[in-house]
Ligand binder design. Structure first.
Ligand SMILES: C[S@@+](CC[C@H](N)C(=O)[O-])C[C@H]1O[C@@H](n2cnc3c(N)ncnc32)[C@H](O)[C@@H]1O
Length: 749
């Protein structure tokens, strides 16, 4: 049939095509490799002309056949790592993803990487090489053995021309490549054998957020053509400054570097070994690599732990092993910070490092200080007795028991403890110290005097994969894994939040809550113990600004503690170096989410977190909603909705699928999403330009009038539907409530 719908007799070419489809095979001159020796340790590049996302059904179909033909031949030669050509049509990225998934599932050892430029090259030029092939009504893939007209390979540098330095383009235009990747990997179920081959051919964008998102992705290869290099003063090839810094950051995850065109003679002194030497030098000279080799740095200490999920300790419920204490005691910073004050009672002494520091402070001050050391771990108590007998002698009295029940001989002036977890209160310091306040004098002080928990939304495909357990995990175990906060040395992550946004938004990393000691307002019984634990319940609602589109995989959690005055401990990513640099004792924590949540550029994320308690346990629950800010510049007049004008326009933004959340859900044009609309008609900036035409105002006007809006989704900061103009938000997605009732994770009291 031709394009006018007329039936045409099959041609010789049609017959050749059918023959190939039924049993695809290569001619000798069509392959570049024939022996096992050549293939050993090699990474194969699949044909660049494969258009797995072509809008043309026939082209796509034949490209899939050709792809599988190439993969079969690669497998025959024992090649396990193959690189796919980049997708280039966002509206057909799902087709690309479907084919990739089917290839991954057809093999147990095949690793596929998708070659991706940092952004769509069309940003540089309207005519991309790829687009010339679209719409060709040919049954054969262009460039394939069966095609009469081959389109040129997608050589970005050649097709676009190259401007050195950095690119200044509208931020939203730079999201396309990552968004295609996000679609493809989601369709592939975050497959562990799917990765990215990041192509650094194009000039780097000047917006850091566009680059940092790749740190959270499985970048297995970095592709650098020699055209990316510039000659230095002596004619040797070097990378522009921005590329150097970006590459050094990527190198933390040890990707393979693929250098292309090293023998092309582009640079006067650019022989193959000079490019390689330079790349090796870049890796060795990075700050990360230097600090990894330096003793007593966090980078050195945490080797092998990066992005490795660990269960938080429960020092209250469990008794810690001596090796765990040994690890604590390796921290060169934490104990130094404590030594700055004199102590009297150490609550939770472990094997005694804080007692030893307290004695040092006592010697320095020349004051007469007596120390009680309380510990409930029977094994650590043995070590403490030994130290008391042979080391500390009469200056220390060791007491065995739980600080919440134990009777002490006398009250103290200073209560020293270290019961903190990565999220501050998660090892139940508040509950333990409540019990110990009985033996602090009325004017006594607690070290620490306060601690706060902090949170930031992050993207990390590795942590998302790992917290869900393996592919074969039972559904219940998967759910449990995704509702558990972990301790993890975060490395391959990207912060989704940034500074800025509307007045609703807080900073990039936000404080959730704080605990202070001593706390005078707690209702206690005759023994001085709290009647309930209600005063340790906390909740926080935080709104984060999301400057660049990304996928939410969970939240990074941190703590900061004030020991006394201006002495503190911190793992807050922006303040730790100023407060307690190189402290090793705590890795951050990670709160995963069950279903990843896509967040468009300029969106807002509202996160709710609760610390809840019963008589026997403490647990966290968490939930998040994504919102798009909207502005309305006309008075409310449902009769003439088409007169509304909308703020900040331009472009298509993907909206996450979510369930209808209000009595008046409306379908957004083509996006498969529902937006909960309050009685005042509002629209999101760019994505809603599309949606507006599709909202059936006439049929829904009555329900819109009668519907009482949820203030969170109402235009106008006062939540009023009658204000003449204002800024509000439209909800575009949500997570489920995580860990309700502490069903998957909790801490025993
Ligand atoms: C995180 S460790 C700190 C140990 C030591 N102070 C250090 O800094 O290395 C906390 C210690 O407090 C003890 N602990 C926890 N809850 C306690 C309680 N309610 N009463 C007594 N000891 C407790 C644990 O057994 C553990 O030894």
């Amino acid at each position: 049939m031709d394009h006018d719908g007329e039936l045409k007799p099959a041609t010789e070419a049609d017959e050749r095509a059918e023959k190939w489809r039924s049993n695809p095979s290569f001619q000798l001159d069509e392959v570049t490799m024939t022996s096992l020796d050549e293939a050993e340790n090699a990474t194969g590049f699949l044909s660049q002309w494969l258009e797995l996302d072509s809008p043309d059904d026939w082209v796509r179909h034949d490209c899939e056949v050709a792809l599988k033909q190439e993969i079969a031949y690669a497998s025959y030669l024992g090649l396990t790592h193959l690189v796919l050509p980049p997708p280039s049509d966002r509206s057909h990225a799902a087709s690309y993803g479907r084919v990739v998934r089917s290839c991954l599932e057809s093999s147990h050892f095949l690793h596929l990487s998708i070659k991706l430029p940092l952004y769509d090259p069309a940003v540089l030029s309207n005519a991309s090489a790829r687009k010339t092939s679209h719409g060709i009504p040919s049954p054969f893939p262009p460039g394939s053995p069966l095609s009469s007209s081959s389109s040129p390979p997608r050589d970005l540098a050649a097709a676009m021309g190259r401007s050195k330095g950095t690119l200044k383009a509208p931020v939203n235009d730079l999201d396309g490549t990552w968004e295609m990747w996000d679609t493809i990997r989601s369709i592939c179920g975050y497959h562990t054998r799917l990765s990215v081959a990041l192509d650094l051919t194009l000039p780097l964008p000047s917006v850091p957020g566009v680059l940092s998102r790749w740190f959270a992705e499985p970048v297995q290869h970095v592709y650098i053509p020699t055209s990316t290099f510039i000659p230095n003063g002596k004619g040797y090839p070097v990378l522009p400054k921005g590329t150097q810094v970006f590459l050094q950051d990527l190198m933390k995850n040890r990707p393979n570097i693929i250098l292309a065109g090293a023998n092309s003679g582009l640079h006067p002194r650019g022989t193959e070994d000079k490019y390689v030497d330079y790349l090796r030098y870049l890796e060795k000279s990075s700050t990360h690599s230097q600090r990894t080799k330096e003793e007593n740095t966090l980078e050195n200490y945490s080797q092998g732990y990066q992005d490795y999920l660990q269960m938080p300790l429960q020092p209250l419920q469990d008794h810690l092993a001596s090796t765990v204490y040994e690890n604590f005691e390796r921290d060169p910073v934490k104990y130094q910070k404590y030594e700055d004050r004199i102590v009297l009672t150490v609550a939770g002494a472990g094997r005694g490092p804080l007692v030893a520091r307290s004695l040092k402070a006592k010697a320095r001050s020349g004051r007469n200080v007596f120390i009680y050391a309380i510990e409930k771990n029977p094994s650590a108590y043995v070590t403490l007795q030994q130290r008391e007998a042979f080391e500390w002698r009469s200056s220390v009295k060791v007491l065995f028991g739980d600080m919440r029940q134990l009777d002490v001989p006398e009250k103290c002036d200073i209560l020293v403890s270290e019961l903190l977890g990565s999220f501050g209160d998660n090892e139940l310091s508040p509950e333990c110290l409540d019990g110990a306040m009985r033996f602090l004098k009325d004017d006594g002080i607690s070290i620490p005097s306060s601690y706060a928990a902090y949170l930031a939304p992050i993207s990390s495909s590795k942590l998302h994969q790992d917290s869900g357990g393996s592919k074969d995990s039972h559904e219940k175990d998967r759910e449990r894994g995704l509702e558990t906060p972990y301790v993890v040395m975060l490395q391959s992550i990207n912060f989704l939040s940034g500074e800025g946004g509307s007045e609703r938004c807080g900073s990039k990393v936000q404080q959730c809550w704080m605990f202070e000691h001593p706390r005078k307002d707690v209702v206690v019984d005759s023994k001085g113990l709290p009647l309930t634990n209600s005063h340790n319940v906390r909740s926080a609602t935080m709104t984060f600004y999301i400057p660049h589109s990304g996928t939410l995989h969970g939240f990074a959690g941190y703590f900061e503690a004030v020991l006394y005055g201006n002495i503190g401990l911190s793992i807050h990513p922006e303040r730790k170096d100023a407060i307690s640099k190189d402290m090793l004792s705590w890795f951050p924590c990670f709160f995963p989410i069950k279903e990843s949540l896509y967040l468009p550029s300029n969106s807002e994320l509202r996160v709710s977190l609760w610390r809840l308690t019963s008589n026997h346990k403490v647990w966290y629950e968490w939930y998040a909603e994504s919102h798009l800010p909207v502005s309305v510049s006309k008075p409310f007049a449902p009769e003439s909705p088409s007169e509304y004008t909308f703020g900040r326009g331009g472009g298509i933004v993907q909206i996450s699928p979510t369930s209808p959340a209000s009595p008046t859900p409306m379908r957004v044009n083509g996006a498969g999403a529902f937006v909960s609309m309050p009685s005042m008609i509002v629209a999101a900036p760019s994505p809603m330009i599309d949606a507006v035409g599709d909202l059936s105002f006439s049929s829904s006007t009555d329900s819109l009038r009668s519907y009482t809006p949820d203030p969170s989704v109402t235009a106008g900061s006062d939540g009023s539907a009658s204000s003449s103009s204002g800024n509000g938000v439209v909800k575009i997605g949500q997570t489920s409530l995580h860990n309700p009732g502490g069903r998957s994770s909790w801490y025993g009291l």
